[in-house]
Write a protein that binds this ligand. Structure first.
Ligand code: ADP
Length: 257
């Protein structure tokens, strides 16, 4: 009988354990579900605005006796918004991938020097057009094990944000080697980001100023894409910022010989 009691005890323990695992799984599923629903609600909202603007511009284009300058203006508006929707779906595609497939990065030995110099050259015309100075600082050869395309996207997003939100001054991109890690950074003399935003800055669709971000063609997904890509590299994105002074976004990667 004693032995039987023991067996029942063990059985009851395992049943209890199973029940609590199931409860935890259920909670996780519920949270995932809520996150998914929120994500879809956000997307719907984000697509509705540009579609509204495009439809308005098309209506105006139908008017007779429209002045050529006005016509041009409406065309540009429509095109800008179409590009924004396209960018939004590109970002969503990237986010979906890293959510459901951790192996979406494909690492190889690459030189950061080449990546940073290429990014700087690609953004030089846009920076110059805005009257900003874009510089790549202290660039030497530095080998890391990373996915070159994804890292290029990280630099693209950080540099384009810096240029987008900075009204005057300098955007600097570079890296510093410290022992066996390298710290890659993008620094600007822009408006800075208040401490109250820092917790949620890398969340999907979070913006410190919704109107300004949309006006500049932002999708609100750039930084969450950056975070996802870096997490897949076992790294993380960090920010230091002072309102009125500027921001510095940076991340670390182990260096190779
Ligand atoms: P967005 O498409 O709106 O730029 P991101 O995810 O790239 O989306 O950035 C989220 C928000 O973080 C932006 O809307 C902006 O408020 C803020 N932000 C990002 N980079 C900078 C920066 N360099 N300077 C100031 N604010 C920034």
């Amino acid at each position: 009988d004693l032995k039987r009691n023991d067996e029942f005890g063990t059985l009851a323990d395992s049943l209890n354990h199973m029940a609590s695992t199931l409860r935890a799984d259920n909670e996780k599923l519920k949270m995932l579900n809520e996150k998914q629903s929120q994500f879809f609600a956000d997307i719907t909202h984000e697509v509705r605005n540009p579609l509204h603007t495009i439809s308005g511009a098309l209506e105006m284009l139908e008017l007779e006796n429209l002045q050529p300058e006005k016509k041009k203006q409406y065309m540009v508006t429509a095109q800008k918004q179409i590009k924004r929707v396209a960018r939004l779906f590109e970002d969503i595609k990237t986010l979906q991938r890293y959510d459901f497939d951790e192996s979406f990065i494909s690492r190889k030995k690459i030189d950061l020097k080449q990546l940073v110099v290429e990014a700087e050259q690609a953004y030089q015309p846009i920076a110059q057009k805005k009257g900003l100075e874009l510089v790549a600082k202290n660039i030497t050869s530095c080998k890391v094990n990373a996915d070159p395309d994804k890292l290029e996207q990280v630099l693209d997003n950080l540099i384009s944000n810096a240029i987008k939100y900075t009204l005057q001054g300098t955007v600097e991109v570079g890296f510093e080697m410290k022992d066996d890690v390298v710290e890659v950074y993008v620094k600007d003399t822009g408006p800075g980001i208040g401490p109250e935003h820092l917790d949620r800055l890398f969340d999907r669709f979070y913006r410190t100023d919704k109107a300004r971000s949309r006006d500049k063609g932002g999708t609100g997904l750039g930084l969450s894409v950056v975070k996802g890509i870096l997490n897949a590299h076992q790294s993380d994105i960090k920010v230091e910022s002072k309102v009125g002074k500027g921001s510095k976004f940076y991340f670390r990667l182990p260096t190779l010989d």
